[in-house]
Design a protein around this ligand. Structure first.
Ligand SMILES: [Zn+2]
Length: 436
């Protein structure tokens, strides 16, 4: 018998591998941070024995969800500025950020977000926010997987950093997290309307030197596109391309107002769009043209955006919107079927973020980032098609157990690496201050 650390036994295994293999009674063997084997329960039981066994009967086992665009610490600003026009919204949010968002507060907001994400089955998030070390440290100590990195803007921002000091800070971050297993460094220019050409050039140099992915906002609002057009006589996407920033591991948040030429460029370069339908609909920004993107072959990932615009970090809600939103306009109920939607938040996301070899499916050699969903519930009965169930019926409260990098971070809905009552208590105190 081969010894492994953990065996998750007798579950409905949804691998999301290349052939989308589903095992009705299967097991997953985990050793260290990675998956050793996936197979029918008898086969796995014949070869492997484990220190810890998890009974996954009546549970679906699948890769953890990937939230490809968010601003985690904004959990502390949840509901602070709703139902306002953009200018009033930004004024309220920026004022609060300016006053309250320092590294300890950002860490607290990130911890609150990580509690929420683990409870909802998200195991990996791409976060853009001030003081990225604070969020990275929160993730590392919670055992949560994070892609984040230095943010770039022309103005001083809530981190009070002049533009000419951003390169130095970026290098410090990229060096510090170069060999981390849970923290995946990335370059994060805020957007082409907030980052001017000289700074974009520096970011491109860093991209080439450190070989890390790039994540930025692009074409979220008509105002943003008009601003860039007026200043540079090009679209945000064409500008990014002119700087050589549209790479296969580049991901653009929102992509709502894209010209046909933008879509062609994205397809040619292999860069991805992160669709954030819940945030976009709430702020009346429009939404990404999914049919045109899919037809052109542009990878599309899914994100919640920050909780000051989306209010929660619920990826199941995002999956459902991503499936149904474009259909009435198209008059086509077959568009973006459930399996494709689940892939947008798992295997497609991992690949577009440069981690396709390591994440996004349950296969030997990949990191053991997986979730269990309790199926013995009225709203999940009966079960004809696993992907339909995942996209149209499953909710966050159905996630029972979560493993990240081979370690359990939630068992039986109990968080193991975070003291959520203490975090919520601290967050309420901070909110009293913010409310003033
Ligand atoms: Zn955003």
């Amino acid at each position: 018998m081969q010894k492994v650390d953990t065996l998750i036994e007798n579950g409905l295994i949804v691998t999301l591998d290349g052939t989308a293999r589903v095992l009705p009674e299967g097991s997953v063997a985990i050793h260290g941070s990675t998956i050793t084997a996936v197979g029918p329960k008898e086969e796995i039981a014949a070869v492997y024995s484990a220190e810890t066994t998890v009974n996954a009967e009546n549970h679906l086992v699948m890769p953890g969800l990937i939230n490809a665009h968010t601003h985690l610490s904004m959990t502390l600003l949840r509901g602070l500025a709703d139902d306002l026009v953009l200018e009033a919204f930004l004024e309220r949010v920026w004022e609060a950020e300016e006053k309250f968002m320092n590294p300890p507060t950002i860490r607290l907001g990130a911890e609150l977000a990580i509690c929420e994400m683990i409870r909802g089955g998200t195991t990996f998030a791409q976060d853009m926010y001030w003081f990225p070390e604070a969020t990275a440290e929160a993730a590392r100590s919670a055992g949560f997987r994070l892609m984040n990195g230095p943010i770039f803007v022309d103005f001083e921002g809530a981190d009070h950093t002049p533009a000419d000091q951003r390169e130095g800070k970026a290098r410090t971050f990229l060096d510090k997290y170069a060999d981390e297993e849970l923290i995946h460094p990335c370059l994060m220019p805020h957007g082409t309307y907030t980052v001017s050409p000289p700074l974009l050039e520096i970011i491109k140099t860093l991209m080439d030197e450190y070989l890390v992915p790039l994540h930025t906002h692009a074409s979220e609002t008509a105002f943003e596109v008009a601003t860039v057009q007026e200043r540079y006589n090009e679209t945000p996407v064409s500008q990014l391309d002119r700087f050589g920033m549209l790479q296969p591991t580049t991901t653009l948040a929102h992509g709502v107002h894209l010209a046909p030429e933008d879509i062609r460029l994205l397809a040619e370069r292999g860069s991805a769009v992160v669709h954030c339908p819940v945030s976009n609909l709430k702020t009346a920004a429009g939404f990404a043209p999914l049919p045109a993107l899919k037809e052109a072959g542009v990878p599309v990932l899914l994100g919640t955006d920050g909780t000051s615009s989306s209010n929660d970090l619920d990826m199941w809600k995002v999956l459902r919107f991503a499936a149904i939103l474009a259909r009435s306009e198209l008059g086509d109920p077959t568009f973006n079927p459930a399996l494709d939607v689940v892939r947008m938040a798992t295997s497609d996301a991992a690949r577009a973020m440069g981690l396709g070899e390591k994440l996004g499916s349950l296969e030997p050699g990949k990191y053991a980032d997986l979730i269990m969903i309790e199926l013995n519930k009225p709203h999940l009965t009966p079960l004809f098609d696993v992907y339909s169930q995942l996209v149209y019926a499953v909710g966050r409260e159905d996630v029972s157990d979560v493993f990240i990098h081979g370690k359990a971070v939630m068992r039986d809905r109990r968080l193991l690496t975070l003291d959520e009552n203490w975090i919520m208590y601290q967050a309420r105190l901070k909110a009293e201050e913010i409310a003033g």
